[in-house]
Design a binder for this molecule. Structure first.
Ligand code: ZN
Ligand code: ZN
Length: 201
């Protein structure tokens, strides 16, 4: 999903507010110090309006859990324990437009200098097709669907991940793209969980 998000990002969508420190929910888990990661400029305590709207809703990654119990802790600095968890949180970061998180979880050897999500498509759903992990290497094959006019486009990517000092990073990916033509009885690409014919058809 790298090349779908280029250009410079200097928009400040963060909102200052009276937020919790975010430490309460899972204190036993290790946190990495996200503030020391390169260019992680927004404090993890700043939340965009989009995040505030999303907290109690289903996580954008499609896990079926609420955002606050799924990808939000990772966006706030907790460690992803598997390549799939990191992949899901990165997809959710594309949806929620969190370029700093994407750069912070990008391996330094391939991390883009700047990242803007302004031209990013309107992502609607994520499907994990396969995952592999062997030691500190991992890969995730996924399909991400987005709105394309009145239809749907998809990006399929086999992403490589590497773990360094206990932390997974996105390394690179082989991508292919196409248009999606879901059958009437297939799950709706909008991610609702309903059949296509009963939803967006
Ligand atoms: Zn999630
Ligand atoms: Zn739908």
């Amino acid at each position: 999903m790298a090349r779908l998000a280029r250009r410079i990002c200097n928009s400040d969508t963060s909102v200052k507010g009276n937020h919790q420190k975010g430490q309460g929910s899972r204190p036993e888990q290790r946190r990495f110090d996200i503030d020391t990661l390169p260019d992680y400029e927004h404090s993890r305590n700043d939340r965009s309006p989009m995040i505030l709207q999303t907290e109690n809703r289903n996580c954008p990654c499609g896990s079926g859990k609420s955002y606050s119990e799924c990808c939000q802790p990772l966006h706030q600095g907790e460690v992803a324990f598997t390549p799939e968890a990191l992949m899901r949180s990165r997809y959710a970061a594309f949806v929620l437009k969190l370029p700093d998180y994407l750069r912070a979880t990008w391996h330094e050897s391939s991390r883009p200098e700047t990242l803007s999500l302004e031209d990013s498509p309107d992502w609607t759903s994520l499907q994990i097709l396969d995952t592999n992990q062997s030691g500190d290497r991992g890969s995730v094959l996924f399909r991400a669907v987005y709105r394309l006019g009145k239809g749907w486009g998809f990006l399929e990517e086999n992403s490589d991940f590497v773990r360094e000092q206990g932390r997974w990073y996105y390394l690179r990916g082989d991508t292919s793209e196409g248009q999606l033509k879901p059958g009437r009885n297939e799950p709706c690409p909008c991610g609702s969980g309903r059949k296509h014919k009963a939803c967006c058809l």
